[in-house]
Design a binder for this molecule. Structure first.
Ligand SMILES: Cc1cc2nc3c(=O)[nH]c(=O)nc-3n(C[C@H](O)[C@H](O)[C@H](O)COP(=O)(O)OP(=O)(O)OC[C@H]3O[C@@H](n4cnc5c(N)ncnc54)[C@H](O)[C@@H]3O)c2cc1C
Length: 394
C-alpha cells in the first residue's frame, strides 16, 4: 500500500517496533508526569541505535539523511505513543545546518545531532503568539557581545534543554524603548543555564509529560557575537522554515495517533458485548468506527503525497508552505475527532487515565494550537488559494 520503497518500509518497520517498545511505559509516565531519567535515557539511546534519531539531519553531520517521506514515516509511528515518549526520536532544527558557522556546528549542532545536547525555542511572549512580529524581546550589540532582554512563554523542554534559540528584535542600545513593528528579528543561541536567565513560573498544562513549558525571563543576558544565528535580520526566515517542517511532522504524529486510536477502539468494539452483541454490531458505534478509519485513510494519503511533493521539488517552498498548512490543519482536526469518538466507544473506560483514548483526547488538543493555530493555517491556505488559484494547491 502507498507505494513505499524497500528502504521506506525498512525505516517504517524500525520506527513501528520502537513505538511498540515504548507503549508499555505510557501509564507509568502518565501517573508520574514522566519517566525516571535512566529509563528516558535508555529510550533515547535505543532511538539512536535504531537510526531513528535526527533522521532529518545531513549525513555529513552524523544525521540520518532521510527523505522527507521517511522522516514522516518515523514521526507517524512515534506519534502512536502517548505522553510524548516518542519525542526521543528527535528532529533537530532542519534549517540550521546551511546557516550555522563552523563554531556553531562544533558547539551546538553536531552535539545535538549526536544526542549529547538538546535545544528549546524561546519565541512566544505573553503578548505575541500568532503575531510573532509583536514580540518585545530586544537585542543590542555591546562590543563583542549581544545583550538580550525579554520574557518568553511556553518554552517547551526548557527543563531538559542545554541551550535555547531566543528570538528578539534589534535595537541600537539599552536606552531605546519598545522596538517598532517591522524591526528586524534576530535569533540567538543561549547556553542554559546562563547568568540572567531564570524561570518565572512553571504552569501545569492539559497533558502530563516530562517536558515542561515554563515562562522564562532573560534579563541582560550576554552572549558572544558568535552566537547570532545566520544573517543579521534573518531571524523570522528561520522560524518560518521551522514552522513548515514542524507542521508536517505534527501532521505525521497526529496520523499515527489516529491509527492507534482506530485500532484500539475497533478491537474493543469487537469484543465488548452490550445488548447481547458486540457493540461494533450496533449501527451508531459502527458509524464512529467507519468515519474514523475513512478519515485516517484520507489523512495518510494526503500526508504521504505532501512529503513526496517536497522530495520531488524541494525548491518550491511556496507550495510546500501552503500544503504543510493544509496537512497540519486536516490531520490535527481529524485526530481530535477520532480521539473524541474513541472516548465515546470506550464508554466509561474512555474517561480513565489508564486508557489510551483518554490520554490522546487531552494530548491531541494542543496540535490545533502550537506551530500555528488552525485559524492561522486557514489564513495561509486561503491567501495562497486566492492569489494562485486552486490548481497550485490541490
Ligand atoms: C503546550 C505548548 C507548547 C508550546 N511550545 C512553544 C515553544 O516551545 N516555543 C514557543 O516559542 N512557543 C511555544 N508555544 C506557543 C504557541 O506557538 C502559541 O501558543 C501559538 O502560536 C498561539 O499563540 P497564542 O497562544 O499567543 O494565541 P493568540 O495568538 O493569542 O491567539 C488566540 C486565538 O486568536 C486566534 N487568532 C489570533 N490571531 C488571529 C488572526 N489574525 N486571525 C484569526 N484568528 C486569530 C487564534 O487562532 C486563537 O484561536 C507553545 C504553546 C503551547 C500551548
Amino acid at each position: 500500500m502507498y507505494g513505499l520503497s524497500a528502504a521506506d518500509e525498512d525505516i517504517r518497520a524500525r520506527a513501528r517496533a520502537f513505538a511498540d517498545e515504548l507503549i508499555p511505559f505510557e501509564v507509568q509516565a502518565e501517573l508520574a508526569g514522566g519517566l525516571p531519567d535512566d529509563i528516558a535515557a535508555a529510550h533515547k539511546k535505543r532511538a539512536i541505535e535504531l537510526g531513528l534519531f535526527a533522521t532529518n539531519m545531513p549525513r555529513d553531520l552524523g544525521g540520518g539523511g532521510a527523505s522527507t517521506l521517511q522522516q514522516v514515516l518515523v514521526q507517524e509511528q512515534v506519534g502512536r505513543v502517548t505522553n510524548a515518549l516518542g519525542w526521543v526520536a528527535a528532529t533537530p532544527p532542519s534549517w540550521f545546518p546551511p546557516v550555522a558557522t563552523a563554531d556553531q556546528v562544533e558547539r551546538y549542532l553536531a552535539p545535538t545531532v549526536r544526542g549529547e545536547r538538546e535545544e528549546c525555542y524561546a519565541i512566544t511572549e505573553e503578548g505575541a503568539g500568532t503575531d510573532v512580529d509583536a514580540i518585545e524581546a530586544t537585542a543590542y550589540r555591546d562590543g563583542d557581545s549581544w545583550v538580550l532582554n525579554g520574557v518568553k512563554w511556553h518554552v517547551t523542554s526548557y527543563n531538559s534543554a542545554d541551550y535555547a534559540f531566543f528570538q528578539a528584535k534589534k535595537i541600537d542600545d539599552a536606552e531605546r524603548g519598545r522596538p517598532a513593528p517591522g524591526t528586524a528579528h534576530l535569533l540567538f543561541l543561549v547556553d542554559l543555564p546562563s547568568p540572567g536567565v531564570s524561570v518565572v513560573r512553571t504552569p501545569a498544562y492539559t497533558h502530563t509529560i516530562s517536558h515542561h513549558h515554563p515562562v522564562v525571563a532573560f534579563e541582560d543576558v550576554r552572549v558572544p557575537a558568535a552566537n547570532l544565528v545566520g544573517a543579521d535580520g534573518d531571524g523570522m526566515l528561520y522560524s518560518r522554515e521551522w514552522f513548515r517542517f514542524e507542521r508536517l511532522m505534527v501532521a505525521a504524529r497526529c496520523t499515527g495517533a489516529a491509527e492507534r486510536l482506530v485500532a484500539e477502539m475497533t478491537a474493543f468494539a469487537a469484543t465488548r458485548v452490550a445488548g447481547g452483541v458486540p457493540i461494533a454490531g450496533h449501527g451508531l458505534v459502527a458509524g464512529m468506527l467507519a468515519d474514523s478509519v475513512t478519515e485516517l485513510f484520507a489523512a495518510r494519503s494526503m500526508l504521504y503525497e505532501t512529503a513526496r511533493a517536497i522530495d520531488r521539488d524541494p525548491a518550491d517552498t511556496r507550495t510546500a508552505h501552503a500544503q504543510c498548512s493544509m496537512i497540519k490543519l486536516y490531520c490535527s482536526e481529524m485526530a481530535g475527532r477520532v480521539a473524541d469518538r474513541a472516548v465515546q466507544v470506550f464508554g466509561g473506560r474512555g474517561y480513565m487515565r489508564e486508557n489510551v483514548a483518554e490520554r490522546f483526547f487531552r494530548e491531541l488538543r494542543v496540535e490545533r494550537i502550537w506551530e500555528g493555530t488552525s485559524e492561522i493555517q486557514r489564513m495561509i491556505i486561503a491567501r495562497q488559494l486566492t492569489g494562485r488559484g486552486v490548481a497550485a494547491l490541490a
